[in-house]
Ligand binder design. Structure first.
Ligand SMILES: NC(=O)c1ccc[n+]([C@@H]2O[C@H](COP(=O)([O-])OP(=O)(O)OC[C@H]3O[C@@H](n4cnc5c(N)ncnc54)[C@H](OP(=O)(O)O)[C@@H]3O)[C@@H](O)[C@H]2O)c1
Length: 398
């Protein structure tokens, strides 16, 4: 079974269609015994969201946390974007009804940036997001809406944007991202196909060239996802590149800080957005839990606070109203907290696994440091990489 965007939640071995995938690494972590550690279970969703203001821990321990001011970020287009966004992905994990309610809760909680993609339930998530935006009383100009171009649209990114705008019933997006740095041959009847034939006559530099031509009143900023430093270097040095990506969206959480990549972005004025900032709900490390207890917040809030403090834009996803509001009510972390969180990446852990999507380790053996790795010419790679996998969609009445 797959969740989305390459995350492997259980082995593929029992899935008839996916025999080739038995060797795919499963990324899982051990759930600690919270009671034994003297910690609160972070997944008790019945608990109201804790904030620096209402935390009882602050009172009982005498330690007072400071609410974190989430400042807007300035992109290299001179546009501003909120310092935190709401992630709308998560195929197969939420019904569309749940998502609509969650989007409305998120808007009421103060989220203004929403990250989506046509890949998420074949455009259905975009449609629900557009409905929530249009149903809300918040003017369109206050939102920062991001969507993406799936690799099957690598030759025609503007066509992809047109479909997304239609799905969302919007006139423009604030940011359009290339979802993955590979081109795929389109598949008849399955516009957002997974892992089929790589398009040997095309590459991400050519897609970027097409994205640069998209009118600015349709996509106010453009950027890329899942690029390594090597690929960013290739993109920036391409003779056809005239626009530096405004945004790089990559996986980022305390166990995968991707520091060299973040430094590269800073040097080139590219704003990092981090997906899976809660390691898809697996932020249950005892170190994080101890910091959470100290501040009287949940472990997810620790991870998101850390992401904001280091200057990235985290994109947490939740359909739980308490968590949604907690995820935007964050605290200042002190140097001791940050030093402890720093130790968690000694053995980096990546959650989203592109081999499951494209039959290739696009992140070069899951290394957290890309500075010493050499680029392998995947652009020229042609493979019938793997059988196309069944995608499981949540079905909601909306
Ligand atoms: N560009 C890409 O290739 C790419 C890849 C992956 C993701 N993304 C984007 O990034 C977004 C977020 O990533 P993600 O959905 O993979 O994972 P995530 O945000 O790291 O984790 C979501 C999971 O964490 C749980 N959760 C939410 N708040 C929590 C908290 N405070 N404490 C503990 N657990 C909490 C949620 O459960 P509840 O709903 O029950 O709260 C959900 O199961 C996606 O929705 C998508 O927009 C982009």
């Amino acid at each position: 079974m797959e969740s989305f965007d390459g995350t492997i939640t259980t082995s593929y071995a029992s899935d008839d269609d996916d025999d080739d995938l038995e060797s795919v690494t499963t990324y899982s972590s051990t759930v600690p015994d919270y009671a034994e550690l003297g910690l609160v279970d972070p997944f008790d969703v019945n608990e109201p969201a804790m904030t620096a203001a209402n935390s009882s821990k602050n009172d009982s321990s005498g330690f007072q946390s400071t609410p974190l001011l989430i400042e807007d970020r300035i992109l290299n287009t001179n546009a501003t974007c909120p310092g935190i966004g709401y992630g709308t992905g998560g195929e197969g994990r939420s019904t569309l009804d749940e998502l609509y309610r969650a989007f409305m809760v998120a808007i009421n909680a103060g989220f203004r940036s929403f990250d989506s993609a046509p890949f998420y339930q074949d455009g259905a998530v975009e449609r629900i997001l557009g409905r929530a935006i249009n149903d809300s009383s918040v003017p369109r100009s206050e939102f920062f809406i991001t969507t993406k171009v799936w690799p099957t649209f690598a030759r025609v990114p503007e066509e992809s944007l047109k479909l997304s705008l239609k799905n969302m019933n919007l006139d423009y997006v604030d940011c359009l991202l290339l979802h993955w740095p590979i081109p795929l041959v389109p598949v008849e009847g399955d516009p957002y196909a997974l892992g089929d034939t790589w398009d040997s006559g095309w590459d991400f530099k050519m897609t970027w060239n097409e994205m640069q031509k998209i009118p600015k009143d349709k996509a106010r900023a453009i950027g890329v996802c899942n690029f390594t430093i090597n690929r960013l270097r290739l993109l920036l040095s391409s003779s056809t590149t005239t626009i530096v990506p405004a945004v790089l969206q990559v996986e980022g959480h305390p166990e995968l800080p991707q520091k060299p990549l973040m430094r590269f972005c800073k040097e080139h004025n590219i704003q990092p957005f981090c997906f899976s900032p809660l390691a898809q709900g697996q932020v249950m490390n005892p170190t994080i839990l101890r910091i959470a207890r100290k501040h009287g917040i949940d472990s997810g809030q620790v991870a998101i606070s850390w992401a904001v403090i280091r200057g990235t834009v985290p994109l947490p996803k939740s359909v739980n109203p308490n968590r949604i509001s907690g995820n935007i009510n964050l605290v200042e972390l002190d140097e001791d907290d940050l030093a402890q969180l720093d130790t968690l990446s000694e053995v980096p852990r990546r959650i989203v696994n592109p081999r499951a999507l494209f039959g290739h380790d696009i992140f070069e053996n899951n290394a957290d440091s890309y500075e010493t790795t050499t680029y392998k010419s995947e652009d020229a790679h042609v493979s019938r990489a793997m059988p196309r996998k069944r995608r499981q969609f949540a079905v909601g009445s909306t």
